[in-house]
Design a protein around this ligand. Structure first.
Ligand code: ADP
Ligand code: MG
Ligand code: MG
Length: 897
């Protein structure tokens, strides 16, 4: 028969699956000889069977009975005994800590008679016994019987108010408590329609069932969804002999952390509340004292606690948080676990524990979360009591302040022409707003969630954003918004806090990140523990990782920035930005409109020197490191005015009798180039094929630039990448056309490069499944996982914002597949491509250049796939280096319970 119940002495910390985190750690501490009250744990299996079968599995209650007997005999008391009662707590505890989600009943075993026994047992302290009883009725009513908590709280408040202003719960005397108990029992009867159960065994059985059921409560389920915790774990139930912190001023209860969880400093940290029980500390019933004050109040217990803290930290080799209670000067430990900490704290702690010799380098590396690294480089708002006018979702971390603008065009204009810092305020954003979003310091939307277009773009670009601040009502005609009565006009300054979601009027001071300052050479910042930690752990990551990390960078500036952050080359240099900018637009339009080969050639001739200049700058910035240049990818209409806007302009002009012939000519071309489905239209290699001189011009610019840098003594390493290939012949024909162009220049210039390769992006399912063929024509593959995800799912990347939240909610996708690689689908395609590609061409080298290259979970997958490098935006380089190091060390730090 299955065993469902375990005495604390039978378990250990590795049995979290079965005993839950709380139970496993209570068992561990019991076996370490720490002062833990006796007790036992009913396993998660018991819970799951109970929930599946709608009742207790056979044998479970008998086992509970047997363990209760053992507990009674070890304590020398009987549960709920009239003269000397044993009291217990019934506590939930799942594998992962779910704070506040599952509930606990204290003082179980009390009833109208045993309350007298408890008083006697505690030297006639009636006040204490009645306080314990009223708490029990309150918790049992609320947790087990769903009596509204306010009913009890209201009665308690009334009792306090009746006594006089500023009365605290501890001020109520024994008689007042007796009256309160009567009130509570009446509330219980009114709300449940039955009397309070006086039989301790029945109290216990009902409480165990309530804890089991709370696993499926709404709050618990919501929390699990939010935190991606599985629904099939179940909770354990811990039955623990009560100790009392509410027995006067020499008693109390508190929580302690072995290090400061927010700064990571090695100082004791926590709260203490004298003459209190359990939840009082967190419930904020009275003001708690900082833990250090316990040293004055009760030096002996304080020393004992410090010893336990030390013992636990050495044992768990990590920062622990602890719940303790002092009963009449005697210390009891009621819970411990590896404590939660801030992104900042985890770095400092990991490094200091490494320096202290508590953990080794690999462990220290796994202690920090690559997903949170970016936050540490962001500025923060120093709100200093300033009042927010609205609060939205913290959609993208960081702080920003600037002038309010309401359209993307305005944002771009103000930022570029007037050099003004702007905050783009919109109801929602769309792909058409992109140019304004990246020109803004921050983005604020009144609708949309953390997966809205605004949020996704902002995170992708590292721009602070607050989304879905629904108090904000935008009035576009008035060029203003209002929020909770405050009116903010275009041009007014606001400050947004992407960490908290707060929105403020005016310019609040922003605190620079210590790490950012240190990275820029600030000596004071470099002396801080966080920088020491950063340098140390990044060194370890670089030392361990097998993946190289490159950047996606399009300009010389971005390239040198990326190199400073440790990029080992460029994995994606997009050339479309080289077709933008006022001086170039004319030539690009000339190229698009050319009616003869001569006209087209003239346009290419105009563009060539401009592009060459860009490449020279990039090759210099990345001297000695590989640079993958992608030939033109987007459809040509992106370089022309928008169809609708232009149509309107022409129509209006005609109405006014103006000469619109030039605009009409453009409009005709725009119509001709218009595509129903541009993502799947004339773009990528298809452009190269239908517009023969285009790629040749680009290759000429690249190779001439490389020759120039080479002649200056540089060492450009060039990789030319042809996008959106679906078949081998596409790639081969392009190479046949382009390689002679390059050869001719090398001959003319008398230059050779140390590295010149030709390859393709693998970003279409067909390319992935025929990779074996394509690899015969390629020196390298780079996975373009944005398009690959788009084409594998048939999800438009620009429109997924409309439904991805629903998909995640319903668990149709585990996460947004544009953020983390979809392993079974897109990942499988990548595996096929890399296996078959390598088999066909052993020299083939492989990388990834989609947004996923900076996502830790995707980096882990790329590591497992054995790619040569990942490439990501410059500000994700450190994240990728860290994640690659962690992947090599073998596993991600698993969530600690
Ligand atoms: P949570 O998971 O919400 O922290 P717990 O089961 O740890 O819930 O209990 C809530 C509070 O009651 C904590 O402060 C805990 O220390 C206290 N508590 C639990 N069991 C006992 C006990 N046997 N004696 C005294 N206090 C207890
Ligand atoms: Mg607890
Ligand atoms: Mg692509």
């Amino acid at each position: 028969m299955t065993k469902y119940v375990y005495d604390f002495s039978e378990g250990n910390k590795d049995m979290k699956d079965l005993l839950g985190g709380k139970g496993a750690n209570l068992a561990e501490m019991t076996n370490m000889g720490l002062p833990v009250p006796h007790g036992f744990t009913i396993s998660t299996e018991g819970c799951l069977t109970y929930l599946a079968e709608g009742g207790h599995p056979p044998g479970l209650l008998e086992e509970v009975d047997a363990h209760l007997k053992a507990l009674e005999s070890s304590m020398g008391k009987t549960l709920g005994d009239a003269s000397d009662p044993l009291l217990v707590s019934v506590r939930s505890g799942a594998k992962f800590s779910m704070p506040g989600m599952m509930d606990t009943v204290l003082n179980l075993g009390l009833n109208d008679t045993s309350v007298g026994g408890l008083a006697e047992q505690s030297g006639g302290d009636l006040r204490f016994a009645r306080d314990a009883y009223r708490r029990f009725i309150q918790m049992f009513g609320k947790i087990v019987m769903d009596v509204p908590a306010e009913a009890f709280e209201h009665a308690l408040d009334e009792a306090k108010a009746a006594k006089g202003p500023a009365t605290q719960d501890t001020d109520l005397d024994a008689d007042e408590l007796a009256a309160l108990i009567e009130r509570f029992l009446a509330i219980y009867r009114d709300e449940t329609g039955e009397g309070f159960p006086s039989d301790p065994k029945e109290q216990l059985r009902l409480s165990i069932e309530a804890v089991f059921k709370s696993w499926n409560g709404k709050r618990a389920r919501d929390y699990r969804r939010q935190n991606k915790i599985s629904d099939d774990l179940g909770t354990a139930v811990n039955v623990v002999a009560m100790v009392f912190g509410n027995r006067g001023d020499d008693s109390g209860t508190g929580v302690a952390f072995t290090r400061d969880p927010s700064t990571g400093e090695k100082v004791p940290y926590g709260d203490y509340l004298a003459n209190a029980q359990g939840e009082d500390v967190v419930a904020g019933i009275r003001n708690t004292l900082p833990l250090a004050r316990l040293e004055e109040l009760d030096p002996q217990s304080y020393t004992g606690l410090r010893d336990v803290m030390q013992t636990l930290e050495s044992h768990y080799r990590d920062m622990c948080d602890i719940e303790f209670t002092i009963e009449k000067g005697r210390l009891w430990i009621l819970q411990t676990r590896v404590g939660k900490r801030t992104a900042f704290g985890e770095w400092v702690m990991a490094n200091e524990m490494l320096q202290e010799g508590l953990i080794d380098e690999d462990t220290a590396l796994l202690r920090v979360d690559a997903n949170r690294l970016e936050e540490l480089f962001k500025r923060r708002v120093e709100a200093d009591g300033a009042k927010a006018i609205a609060k939205g979702l913290n959609a993208s971390p960081g702080a920003a302040t600037g002038a309010v603008v309401f359209s993307a065009d305005e944002a771009e204009r103000w930022a570029k022409d007037d050099d003004t810092k702007v905050i783009l305020v919109r109801r929602e954003t769309t792909p058409d707003d992109y140019h304004g979003m990246i020109a803004a310091q921050g983005i604020l939307t009144s609708a949309g969630g953390t997966n809205s277009h605004a949020a996704v773009v902002a995170r992708g670009e590292g721009i602070p954003a607050v989304c879905g601040a629904d108090a904000i009502k935008i009035d576009l005609d008035a060029r203003a918004f209002s929020a909770n009565g405050t009116v903010v006009r275009e041009g007014d300054t606001v400050t947004i806090d992407g960490f908290t979601g707060n929105v403020y009027v005016g310019e609040l001071p922003l605190a620079d990140s210590v790490l950012e300052k240190a990275r820029q050479g600030d000596a004071e910042a470099q002396a801080q523990p966080i920088w020491q930690a950063f340098e140390q752990l990044m060194r370890t990551a670089d030392d361990r990782r097998r993946l190289r990390v490159r950047a996606n960078a399009d300009t010389p500036d971005q390239s040198s920035n990326a190199r400073a952050r440790g990029a080992e080359g460029i994995g994606l240099c997009r050339t479309e930005h080289m077709f933008l900018g006022s001086e170039r637009v004319a030539a690009v339009q000339q190229m698009i409109f050319a009616e003869s080969d001569e006209e087209e050639q003239a346009a290419f001739d105009a563009l060539l020197p401009l592009q060459r200049g860009d490449f020279v700058g990039i090759f210099r910035a990345m001297d000695g490191l590989p640079v993958t240049v992608r030939l033109l990818d987007p459809p040509l209409h992106e370089f022309l005015p928008d169809l609708t806007t232009l149509s309107v302009e022409v129509a209006l002009g005609q109405e006014r009798g103006e000469d619109v012939s030039a605009k009409e000519a453009v409009l005709a071309k725009v119509r001709q180039l218009h595509e129903t489905n541009p993502m799947l239209g004339l773009r990528g290699v298809r452009l190269g094929i239908v517009k023969p001189g285009l790629y040749a011009m680009q290759v000429r610019a690249i190779v001439e630039a490389a020759c120039e840098v080479r002649k200056d003594g540089g060492d450009p390493k060039v990789e030319i990448m042809i996008p959106l290939v679906a078949t081998r012949p596409e790639l081969q024909q392009m190479r046949d056309e382009l390689e002679p162009v390059a050869r001719e220049i090398f001959q003319r210039e008398g230059v050779e490069l140390s590295h010149l390769e030709w390859g393709t992006m693998v970003e279409l399912p067909r390319a992935a499944v025929t990779a074996g063929e394509i690899a015969e024509s390629a020196d390298f593959f780079s996975f373009g996982t944005n398009d690959l995800t788009q084409t594998a799912f048939g999800f438009s990347r620009d429109d997924i914002g409309k439904f991805v939240a629903t998909y995640e909610e319903r668990k149709l996708v585990p996460t947004n597949p544009f953020v983390s690689i979809d392993l079974p689908g897109v990942g499988r395609l990548m595996r096929i491509a890399s296996d078959e590609g390598r088999a066909a061409n052993p020299k083939l080298h492989l990388g990834i250049c989609g947004e996923h290259g900076g996502d830790p979970a995707s980096v882990l997958f790329c590591h497992e796939l054995g790619l040569d490098y990942v490439s990501c935006s410059p500000f994700r380089i450190e994240t990728a280096r860290l994640a690659a190091g962690q992947a090599a060390v073998g596993e991600f730090a698993s969530a600690t319970a």
